[in-house]
Design a protein around this ligand. Structure first.
Ligand SMILES: [Zn+2]
Ligand SMILES: [Zn+2]
Length: 170
């Protein structure tokens, strides 16, 4: 959704965004497919700047850093941002100019791109090393089997290595 900054009334604006698919961009193997994100935003004017507050709940298919299986992760957070709109914003073109000078990615040509804003905040809320569960056993370093599904036998503690050597000799 695009919101014209110049359309934000002095008393502010509340925007409810229903759950929608949100492309999170290049995943680098951290997640699969688009997220489903719903959010509530508040946009307000403060002095010469813009206040942007919001809460969001996002459902993302993350890829476990240990076993490489995907799992549902709920990203949920709130954010409060302040953008200075630069020198005294005037009516018309000068206001557009002031907004364009901003060094933020989610405002372009005087419009707030809510997808872009949410994407940044959802990404900030993702774990750096996601795990499907705290006790995920990961993959066997020898054969690559998913150890959550059972032991592959490579590191069976009941098998005495000396016995294994004897068996190989036979
Ligand atoms: Zn896992
Ligand atoms: Zn194994």
């Amino acid at each position: 959704m695009l919101i014209e900054v110049s359309n934000i009334p002095p008393e502010g604006l509340h925007v409810a965004l229903p759950a929608e698919e949100l492309d999170l961009g290049n995943s680098a193997g951290l997640w699969e497919g688009p997220a489903s994100v719903r959010a509530e935003l508040y946009l307000g004017r403060s002095g010469r700047g813009l206040l942007i507050g919001g809460t969001f709940v996002g459902d993302v298919a993350l890829i476990c850093s240990r076993c490489l299986e995907s799992f549902r992760f709920q990203a949920q957070d709130r954010f409060d941002l302040y953008c200075a709109l630069g020198p005294q914003a005037q009516e018309g073109e000068e206001r557009e100019l002031a907004v364009d000078e901003l060094d933020v990615t989610y405002i372009e040509e005087g419009r707030i791109d809510t997808d872009h804003l949410l994407r940044e905040n959802v990404l900030l809320g993702l774990p750096v090393q996601p795990v499907c569960r705290e006790d995920c056993r990961g993959l066997c370093s020898r054969c690559g089997a998913n150890l959550n599904l059972g032991s592959c036998g490579c590191q069976d503690p009941h098998l005495d290595p000396r016995l294994t050597i004897l068996r190989k000799l036979r």
